[in-house]
Every structure is written in C-alpha cells, then in structure tokens.
Write a protein that binds this ligand. Structure first.
Ligand SMILES: Cc1cc2nc3c(=O)[nH]c(=O)nc-3n(C[C@H](O)[C@H](O)[C@H](O)COP(=O)(O)OP(=O)(O)OC[C@H]3O[C@@H](n4cnc5c(N)ncnc54)[C@H](O)[C@@H]3O)c2cc1C
Length: 454
C-alpha cells in the first residue's frame, strides 16, 4: 500500500485535469495526478498506426478557441492550417454528386435562402442564450422542452433546409439524433463555438491542427509532474468530508488531499464509489448527461490524389453514412490522409457489420466522394471511442432533453472538497479542448481562492 499526501489530487490526465494540475503547481500547491490509462491526453491521442501518425481523438482548433490556442503557444507548440484549396464534394440524397466551392452545400435557390434564414434566426437566438448560463434565458424552459428536430419542423416546411441545418449541430457536434436533445442545448453548443453559422463553417471550426499532434498539449503539461503522475491508476473510491479527501486507486495507491479535482467525463462519475454517497440531486443530474457517438475513420494514401483533381478533400453527405470527410494530411508530409466521420444512429449501424464489411462499405463511400483511388489506402483505422472503458462515446457529453434547465445551474458547482473539470461542463469551448482548458483553469482558480480565504 502506498499512501501519499498532497494539497490537491487530480483524477484524470486529459487536457482539463493536466491544466488544473499545472495551474495549481504554479500557485505553489503540491499535486498528484491519477490516470486510469497508460498514457496522458484522454480524448486527445496521437497514435502511430502502421507507421502513420494518426489523430485518434481531438485535433482541430478554431479561432474562437483562444484559451487552447494560448496554451498551445505557451507550451512552445505550433499550429498549421488544414488543406482546403479546391472544390468540395456534396453527395445529395438523390444520389447526384456535386462539386462546389464556399461553405454552403449546393441547393436549389429557395432552399439556400431558407438555410440562410434559419441560420440567421439561430445565430440571433444563440447570441441571446449564450454559452455560459443558457438556463437563465427568459424562454429557456420552452426551448429546453422542444427537441431540435421538432423546433426545426415548426420553423420550416423545407425538409432539405431542415436536414442541412440539423446536421451542423446533430451530426457534426453533439453526435446525437436531433430528436434526442433540446433546442436550448443546440443553441448553447452554437454559442459555445461563437455562433450557429460558425458550426456551419468548416473553415472556421476545423481551422488549425497542432504540428506533431494534439496529445502533445497533455504530454508537455504532464512533463513537469515527474513521480506525481500515476498512470495505470484508475480511481475506484473517494472518501470525502469538510476535512478533505482520500482517493483510492488501483495498485494499492491512496492519496490524501485537501481537495480533489475530478477531471473525467461526467458519464464516468458513477464508476467511482463516493463515501458518503453524492447527494440525491447529483445522482439524478449525472444520469441525464450522456455521450454522443461518432466513428472517426482514417485512410492514408501514398499521395493526396484528390488535390491533383482540383478537390480539397472536403466532402459532405446527408444520406451516405460517412457524412463528412476532410484532408487530414500531416504537416510537412507528401503522402495524403483523409479523415471521415460516421455519427449518431449511423455509427450504431456500422458496428452491426463485420469489420471487413464495414471497411469495404466505408471505403466505397470515400470512392463516391473522391474517385476510385480512394479504395486502397496504405493505412486504414477506425477510432472507436465507444469501446473505450475510460471514455465510452464521442465527442462529448451533453444533457438529454430538459436537462439544462433542470440541472444546468448546479452541474459545475463544487461539492464540498470535490471540484469538477471537463470540457463537457464548459460554457465557452463546450466539448472541445478549449473548454477542457477553461474548466481546468476554473477549478484551479476556485481552489486557490478558497485556500487564500482560509
Ligand atoms: C474522436 C474525437 C474527436 C474530437 N475532435 C475534437 C477536435 O477536433 N477539437 C477539439 O477541440 N476537441 C475534439 N474532441 C473533444 C476533445 O478531445 C475533448 O473535449 C477533450 O479531450 C476533453 O478533455 P478532458 O480533459 O475534459 O477529458 P478527457 O480528455 O476525456 O480526459 C479525461 C481523463 O480521465 C481519465 N479517467 C476516466 N476515469 C478515470 C478514473 N476513474 N480514474 C482515473 N482516470 C480516469 C481518462 O482516462 C482520461 O484520460 C474530440 C473527441 C473525440 C473523441
């Protein structure tokens, strides 16, 4: 049995927990970090798959992600822009393949106008609702009681326009079907990324990547921790009182501290046993926060063959199950990499297939977008975060219908000595690395200010 005493113990070595640990150490506090996996980074994971560097998890930064961008620069990391020259591809529901430029999918003029009208309306509402406290909006209850799909049906008769606008938040962000989350949750997500139009603008949301991979953010934050970083140490139990906490991890590791920062996604709180148990409202609240699901597919080729055809590698489809693709070639490489996404119910469906059939079907979809060369990648990989014990979904956790107004005001609040940090609790940068950094800083600042007051 190893017993350690520190000022603060952080559970989870993703970007949020490691930001909290770094901030606490800057303030002169001693910190131990306990991580379940054999690596740091959480949902950011830069892997080597058959010799190719693959961003298995989070990778892109938008200009709105100022906290993450500042941290990246502070850590001495550099960013590069995603390749986006040339025409994009849109696979329409009628089976027709369109090539287009600009951010809006090709559509009949009336539908294009309707999409613009809906985006303008949603931008206005998102600005009113805001990212931080959407439950304070005068119409919050009403907006939180309407599934986004139903709200869209009430706004527009144009099915194509509805599907397109729905995709920006449903398939591309929350990765849940649009009937499972509220309009308030959709607006909060939009406000958290600056506007609804931002969600519809891939050149904004998917702007920059970190040279060498996003996981380096966590690796560099962890570098100073030395023996205070405990990998392969899943936390199983937390005893807590006003006097502090004792945290029990595998490997007979026990850490006593004044405070704990719980920096794991909220769907995993219930995997830890709390003594005394969390209060009733917490038990209830966390059951209404659930992961979406998306499969991230990687295909690496000897050349970026699409560029020679004047294509950017960007593509979208309403009906084919690989609903988005992008050029994901690493900085300075002359091979070509594509990344594609299969979200929500379609992600469930592809995992009903055998691995061979799934690969064949996914590559057939890439062929539809970019041509026959897409059929035979040198490296192929599927990021399946749903199967990861220490995550259980992708990209992030959001409230079910009605949850934001019922529980939102309490979901970031500390519970005695227990503080919470995770991108899924963030306002600004919600579900993104930026939100993880913000929440890590917030938890650390709260602990430092409480200690100053004592
Ligand atoms: C496929 C995918 C693509 C994404 N794309 C982007 C993107 O392009 N841009 C972007 O900004 N964001 C993206 N994200 C989201 C981003 O990765 C997350 O928002 C971010 O990693 C959250 O950081 P976190 O520290 O809050 O949580 P996590 O990264 O989930 O870290 C939590 C840590 O806690 C650990 N843990 C869990 N339970 C325990 C326990 N009991 N004991 C000890 N440790 C525990 C986990 O192992 C993990 O290391 C993506 C996510 C996925 C999955």
């Amino acid at each position: 049995m190893s017993v350690i005493t520190r000022d603060v113990v952080v559970v989870g070595a993703g970007p949020s927990g490691l930001t909290a640990a770094a901030e606490l150490r800057k303030a002169g506090l001693s910190v131990a970090v306990l991580e379940a996996r054999d690596r740091v980074g959480g949902r950011t994971w830069t892997g080597d798959i058959d010799g190719a560097m693959i961003e298995i998890g989070g990778q892109w930064l938008s200009p709105h992600h100022t906290a993450a961008l500042e941290l990246v620069a502070e850590l001495g990391l550099e960013t590069f822009s995603r390749y986006r020259d040339g025409r994009s591809v849109y696979l329409a529901a009628d089976g027709v393949r369109h090539e287009f430029t600009g951010d809006v999918f090709p559509a009949p003029e009336a539908t294009a106008k309707e999409i613009d009208r809906l985006l303008a309306l949603l931008d206005e509402l998102a600005a009113e609702v805001g990212a931080e406290e959407p439950w304070t909006h005068p119409n919050a209850e009403e907006l939180d009681a309407i599934p986004f799909s139903i709200w869209l049906e009430r706004q527009s008769d144009d099915e194509y326009a509805r599907e397109t606008v729905s995709f920006y938040v449903s398939g591309a962000m929350l990765t849940k079907p649009a009937h499972t989350f509220s309009t308030l949750q959709a607006l909060q997500m939009a406000a958290a990324q600056s506007s609804f139009t931002a969600l519809a603008t891939d050149t904004f949301m998917l702007d920059k990547r970190v040279i060498g991979g996003m996981q380096q953010v966590s690796q560099r934050l962890a570098a100073g921790l030395g023996d205070d970083l405990h990998l392969n140490s899943p936390v199983r139990r937390i005893e807590w009182s006003d006097a502090g906490v004792t945290v029990f991890a595998d490997g007979e590791l026990r850490v006593r501290a004044e405070r704990v920062v719980l920096a794991v996604p909220p769907n995993l709180y219930s995997t830890i046993s709390f003594d005394p148990p969390m209060p009733r409202r917490r038990h209830q609240m966390y059951q209404h926060m659930s992961f979406g699901f998306v499969v991230k597919v990687h295909a690496v080729y000897s050349t970026p063959f699409w560029r020679a055809k004047g294509l950017s590698g960007t593509g979208f489809s309403d009906t084919d199950f690989v609903s988005e693709i992008y050029d994901n070639t690493n900085h300075g490489m002359d091979n070509g990499a594509l990344v594609g996404f299969i979200a929500g119910a379609q992600a469930d469906a592809v995992f009903e297939m055998s691995p061979e059939d799934r690969r064949r079907a996914i590559l057939a979809c890439l062929v539809k977008y970019l041509g026959p060369e897409a059929a035979n990648p040198e490296v192929y990989y599927e990021s399946d975060w749903g199967a990861e014990e220490w995550t259980r979904g992708a990209y992030g956790v959001s409230f079910d219908l009605g949850g934001l107004t019922r529980y939102g005001r309490d979901h970031r609040e500390p519970l005695g000595p227990i503080h919470f940090a995770c991108s899924d609790l963030a306002g600004h940068g919600f579900q993104h690395v930026d939100g993880a950094v913000r929440m890590g800083k917030r938890a650390a600042a709260a602990i430092v200010s409480q200690r100053t007051l004592v």
